[in-house]
Design a protein around this ligand. Structure first.
Ligand SMILES: CC(C)(COP(=O)(O)OP(=O)(O)OC[C@H]1O[C@@H](n2cnc3c(N)ncnc32)[C@H](O)[C@@H]1OP(=O)(O)O)[C@@H](O)C(=O)NCCC(=O)NCCS
Length: 174
């Protein structure tokens, strides 16, 4: 049974294989978190350890940066030592996140798609968002992203409106 875990150096090999898959994916754009991996971390174990430490440190409100980056809890969806997906909970909204991004973003590696992982991963994340004080999470997906739309609606998402090409939803966390 997969579960949400903290990012860990233990899954380095699987994480790197997932990054390779995301980069080769022709169905969706390369996710932000992939472009955000320090390039050295892809080849060097010490740099990977530093990358994992950086991602974990982003949970601290002190990590909030002037460029609008708010505290964020990144979790990996993993089973049997394999990293299947990644999810991030932004602890609060900014005017920019209200328009693009919302509270929660997620990605499932291409080889693990269409097996219910995104639906289960979001379900597992909602109580965690609740424990961070988020009573209802703002989620959004591109209007063309049918899969993500289904993931959100299967988790109780209530459609709010369209902002540009994005569908916005409130998703209760409890
Ligand atoms: C969108 C994404 C997260 C879905 O992950 P997943 O693990 O394949 O999703 P699930 O298996 O839980 O499927 C959810 C639903 O979408 C459907 N679905 C999955 N992929 C689909 C596709 N390519 N086209 C149409 N429907 C699709 C599933 O059949 C399922 O429908 P159901 O609930 O009616 O049975 C994954 O494709 C992905 O990581 N894409 C790139 C990043 C991204 O778009 N992230 C979301 C940003 S808002």
């Amino acid at each position: 049974m997969p579960e949400l875990i903290d990012p860990t150096t233990r899954l380095r090999t699987s994480f790197l294989a997932a990054v390779t898959e995301f980069r080769a994916d022709r169905d969706y754009p390369v996710p932000w978190f992939v472009t955000n991996v320090d390039s050295q971390a892809l080849t060097d174990a010490t740099a990977f350890t530093a990358y994992v430490a950086r991602v974990l440190s982003e949970r601290d409100e002190a990590a909030v940066r002037a460029d609008g980056f708010v505290a964020m809890t990144t979790l990996w969806w993993a089973e049997d030592g394999q990293m299947l997906g990644r999810l991030a909970i932004r602890h609060r909204l900014t005017p920019a996140l209200e328009r693009v991004g919302g509270h929660i973003g997620y990605d499932v590696r291409p080889s693990a798609r269409r097996q219910g992982h995104a639906t289960a991963m979001l379900a597992a994340a909602l109580p965690i968002a609740g424990s961070l004080g988020i009573a209802q999470a703002l989620l959004m997906c591109d209007e063309a992203n049918t899969a993500s739309q289904r993931v959100i609606e299967a988790n109780g998402g209530r459609f709010i409106d369209m902002v540009g090409h994005k569908r916005r939803y409130w998703v209760p966390t409890s």
